[in-house]
Design a protein around this ligand. Structure first.
Ligand code: COA
Ligand code: AMP
Length: 649
């Protein structure tokens, strides 16, 4: 079926469409209603049905004869642990045993388990073990510092924390256990921390800690327990407009249905094929397409603890594709840009000699590359397509969505160039529109706020953990009757969606989503700081990087340069290095409206080196040129990757 036929089928009867899609899931009991509304949750998909995600990812594949197929292929170029593999049979056994470890440590149905681990198979084992016993996991990205981890521990009050001795960031050893100990102290949490000790690593266990290997030796395998379709499979925190992260809650049955549909219809990766999402398990891409999506569909998933460049070189991606016969690669545009920067002619992949190509890596298995997480500039997309000889297809989604809202297909690309530069067309389940600030739909081609009609499809978030009122106000209040995605963009005359950027205080650094509000909260607490503002400057590699503007207190006697260094260091310590903050500037004052609102939009133009518009409401226009002069003196200017960078109000 082509796009129009599938879309029509969904439109003619969403309930029938999703009931058919749900046949790919194994249900212990069938649903009473395909969709129901339940208290505290707007959309209860497959209401009344009973299932188990761990069973669907593992046992059923073993039962159907895939036991000897590789489930996880693990590559860690820095540790030299090249090509460790785990079959579905072994993974099932490990998960069943770790479920026993969790139970022995007091974790039961409905409890939360925080997982703070590098990209190693044990992270997936921990996730699926939670799902096996009906516990809800909350994975925290390893790049977050102890304070951020503590915030998530306090939000979810887990029964146990699962971590590892260490991970590797490039060639740097990152001590995960140390960060967990610090976060436990900060949050005053008590409970068992289960620690996986990596080969050659030593760990200092404190009372209450449990060593993974030892606990596994003493454990007995546990069978999957029945859970309702709407049972929370996981909580995943994401950035909102305030410093307080939002714990997005995902259900079980709807999510499995949506992921299985995506694997077969968007990514076209049938059972037995090899899928590689080059991401961290701490982000939604890692949850949906390293862990759950490929395993649900009986595919091999590749786990890569490395970078696109520098571990050891910019041929790492080609090496992994060759080694594991990867069929579908999913990466952030930043990763492709990083490879292109180091090896623009792709000479580490092949060399053109006397009119033919001498291949250094056999990547013939690769069919398609998908990109998401940030806007992909067409120049990078064209470069990758020319180099790899396969379609590079964009798809747009968010932590909240769980799977693509809009996607480009290989057919789109084959029949025309229409989809290049867009994120693709709305997928079944997603009725995407663009509206103005009053909520009126705008014409095709006009930029507006991107919204989706209700109900949201299976797989989309069901609530915010502990904060259902915040869920309602964050997503459904501004445009009643719609889901507010927080993105701006337009739909072109052919129905392709172009996502231009955020409408809120969220920035996207190397495909990672951060809140400028969270940075501002940290900076504002520093003693010499009177007020501050943070904006995302365009960056040719990472898409955006944060820039902090600080106004000092009148009687502050600290030198401005010292404050700038303190700002950078404090944000790095409290949020994590991954936020990539390097630029902080002390200024005399910030541009403001007469009512005192900081004009971040003007700052955004200034850091990008573009003439800043002077709003009629500005208190004193002279402040704009003051800051422009400062930027010129210090040679700071962002380079936009895109023709039309979005400058939200
Ligand atoms: N644990 C601890 N620190 C981490 C970390 C982790 N899991 N992930 C990143 N960091 C640190 C890095 O070491 C770096 O620290 P430094 O400033 O001291 O060097 C900082 O955070 C920034 O990291 P990163 O964004 O990875 O930048 P980089 O300059 O080291 O590498 C790229 C540049 C382009 C190679 C890298 O950004 C990249 O691989 N991007 C693709 C990202 C991606 O896949 N996104 C999809 C998200 S699902
Ligand atoms: P996250 O919730 O971390 O996945 O971040 C989601 C945000 O990343 C979206 O709201 C967009 O702003 C941005 N994003 C994700 N995918 C794309 C894409 N394909 N094109 C443009 N922006 C994207």
């Amino acid at each position: 079926m082509n796009y129009t036929e599938v879309r029509d089928e969904w439109k003619s009867s969403p309930a029938v469409f999703w009931a058919i899609a749900a046949r790919h899931v194994n249900w212990m009991e069938k649903w009473d209603n395909v969709l129901a509304e339940r208290p505290g949750r707007r959309f209860a998909w497959f209401d009344g049905a009973i299932t188990n995600a761990s069973y669907n990812c593992l046992d059923r594949h073993v039962e159907s004869g895939r036991g000897e197929q590789v489930a996880i292929a693990f590559e860690s170029p820095v540790t030299g642990a090249v090509a460790q593999t785990m079959t579905f049979a072994i993974l099932t056994d490990q998960v069943a045993r770790f479920a026993g470890v969790l139970q022995r440590n007091g974790v039961g149905f409905g409890d939360v388990v925080v997982i703070y681990m590098p990209v190693i198979p044990q992270a997936i084992i921990a996730m699926l073990a939670c799902a096996r016993i009906g516990a809800t996991h909350c994975v925290v990205f390893g790049g977050f510092a102890a304070k951020e981890l503590a915030t998530r521990i306090m939000d979810t009050l887990p029964k146990a924390i699962v971590t590892a001795s260490n991970g590797f960031e490039g060639s740097r050893r990152i001590d995960y256990k140390e960060t967990v100990d610090e976060a436990i102290q900060l949050s005053m949490w008590t409970g068992p921390a289960i620690v996986y000790r990596r080969e050659g690593a030593s760990i200092t266990l404190v009372p209450g800690d449990v060593e993974w290997d030892r606990a596994m030796r003493e454990s007995h395998p546990v069978s999957p327990v029945p859970v309702p379709s709407s049972h929370p499979l996981y909580i995943l925190h994401t950035s909102g407009t305030t410093g307080e992260p939002k714990g997005i809650v995902r259900d079980t049955g709807g999510y499995m249905t949506a992921l299985l549909w995506s694997m077969n219809n968007i990514y076209r990766c049938p059972p037995g094929d090899v899928f590689w999402a080059a991401a961290d398990i701490g982000w939604v891409l890692g949850h949906s397409f390293i862990a759950y999506g490929p395993l649900l569909n009986g595919c091999t998933t590749v786990l890569y603890e490395g970078k696109p460049v520098g571990t050891p070189d910019s041929a790492s991606f080609w090496r992994v594709i060759e080694q594991h016969r990867v069929n579908v690669l999913f990466a952030a545009p930043t990763a492709l840009r990083a490879i292109r920067k180091e090896d623009p002619a792709g000479l580490l992949l092949y060399e053109p000699i006397l009119g033919s190509r001498i291949w250094h890596h056999d990547i013939k298995s690769l069919r398609t590359v998908f990109v998401a997480g940030e806007r992909c500039d067409t120049s990078t997309m064209n470069w990758a397509e020319n180099l790899l000889g396969v379609p590079v297809l964009d798809n747009w989604w968010q932590t909240e969505a769980g799977w693509p809202i809009a996607a480009s297909t290989a057919e789109d690309r084959a029949v025309s160039e229409r989809c290049r530069g867009s994120a693709g067309r709305a997928m079944p389940g997603w009725d995407v529109r663009c509206v103005d600030d009053q909520g009126n739909e705008v014409q095709n081609g006009i930029t507006g706020n991107i919204v989706c009609a209700l109900p949201l499809p299976p797989g989309a978030m069901t609530t915010i953990w502990n904060a259902h009122a915040r869920y309602e106000s964050s997503y459904f209040q501004r445009f009643p009757g719609w889901y507010d995605t927080g993105d701006a963009g337009y739909i072109d005359v052919n129905g392709f969606l172009h996502v231009m950027g955020r409408t809120d205080d969220v920035i996207n650094v190397a495909g990672h989503r951060f809140s400028t509000g969270a940075i501002e909260e940290i900076v504002a607490r520093l003693a010499p700081v009177a007020e501050c503002a943070v904006v995302g400057m365009s960056d040719p590699l990472k898409g955006q990087v944060p820039v902090v503007f600080v106004v000092l207190k009148d009687r502050s006697d600290v030198a401005p340069l010292e404050v700038e260094t303190q700002v950078v260091q404090t944000v790095r310590e409290q949020l994590g290095a991954v936020i990539a903050l390097r630029l902080a500037f002390v200024v005399g004052r910030l541009p403001k409206t007469r009512s005192g609102k900081i004009l971040r939009r003007s700052l955004l133009y200034i850091v990008d080196g573009k003439p800043a518009p002077i709003p009629a409401t500005i208190e004193d226009p002279a402040v704009i040129s003051e800051i422009e002069r400062l930027m010129q003196q210090r040679w700071i200017k962002g380079e936009s990757l895109f023709d039309e960078t979005h400058y939200p109000d």
